[in-house]
Design a binder for this molecule. Sequence first.
Ligand SMILES: [Fe+2]
Ligand SMILES: [Fe+2]
Length: 488
Amino acid sequence: MTIDSVDYSTLMPNNVGLADDQKLLRALERWYPKYLEWWVDMGPSGFIHETPFQEADVWLRTAVSVEQDGWAKFDFVKMPEYRWGILLAPQEEGRTIPFGEHKGEPAWQEVPGAYRAMLRRLIVIQGDTEPASVEQQRFLGRTAPSFYDMRNLFQVNVEEGRHLWAMVYLLQRYFGKDGREEAEELLRRRSGDEDRPRMLGAFNEETPDWLSFFLFTYFTDRDGKMQLEALAQSGFDPLSRTCRFMLAEEAHHMFVGATGVGRIVKATAEAMRDAGIDDPYDTERIRSLGVIDLPLIQRKLNLHFSLTLDLFGAEESTNAANAFNSGLKGRYHETVIDDDHQLLDSTYPVTKYVDGEFRHVDVPALNALNARLRDDYVDDCAGGVKRWNRYITETGVEFELTLPHVAFHRQIGEFNGLAVTPEGGVIDEATWESRRGDYLPTEGDRVFIEELMQQVTTPGEFASWIAPPQKGIGGQPVEFEYVQIPNT
Ligand SMILES: [Fe+2]
Ligand SMILES: [Fe+2]
């Protein structure tokens, strides 16, 4: 067996030699039924004729190697029988810690004692987001616009489940008793629960419909990508290798979001063109075509973007500085940045609201790591929005989707408590509240979407509000029956 091949002899497919570590194997095997219980309880749920989704055969990809090419194979799988594996990117010979005060020292293969608590917390916070998104998305199958989309939803869900496994492996392998306790807690918290909520705000919000789902996978999974990129730099090598492999899966989640929003925008713009409607604000007529008006898409975008920005935390943060200094969490693309990678005397321009205007203020770079990661994130978001707008201009409709200002609708950091329009104007709170319905989705929007989104279960057919994809997935055509529902 080469180091990169996956061992399927244990309950959990893995490339970390579980078969040779009986104690760890047993700990994970004890956790497995609890995980399955959580999955059946909180995973994809409900279907026509009350058939649980869990019995459907779904055309899913499963990781079979960690090589760059051909790491996954596609097959029909019932979700509870999905082989959630523990997969790390191959170990890099002679890897050193790329940043912080230990820069240049050999990467740690065991937990550095001085940073144990900080490291555990980073892993738990990352781990907590994975099951949270499955919980948030659990009812979406009921309103899936096609089998193609339903399958993509379930693919994202099982992979978020695998990401939980990835973090739980690190906790159980490297943190002993308290790691095992954290692994249990990860199954006990619930998205949106009053008593035991998930750890981060955006992961306690609802993902009530498919437009939200696509915006979530575009914007919030992209926050996940940025966090994983930063942790992939870690001096703690097992964390770095884990995150590097997770990033391969994450790319698909963002693809689902980017193409999903794009297909919705396309359906709307084309329907407007065909009906001869020029005014994007002619809401009633547009909605009567069975598509989602562009201003509503913009309001939803405003919501998901602003909620996601809060995930980056306060712009200036000593926790982030400590995690960097100690070599645990780096910057986006750390190794290709041209500086000392220790940030001893450098500064970073943080956007702040000073004397009635937004300005860049230089602060010590070490304290501004959250701001920097968020700025990198905002840049990374731009590409998809540009593609979505191309669908609109192609039809001759005049409307442009935009990212709202970073200070809009924020609850954490510099701009918390500031009443800012999506364009970046600072106004008084009463005026902002009176215009809330222009900025963010309204109750009327919610009712409209709820009535609009009905499940479509004819292979190859798509709901009126979303255009078909350009091609199918996993070697199959668009009209393939990606989810096979058992007859009842
Ligand atoms: Fe994930
Ligand atoms: Fe994801």
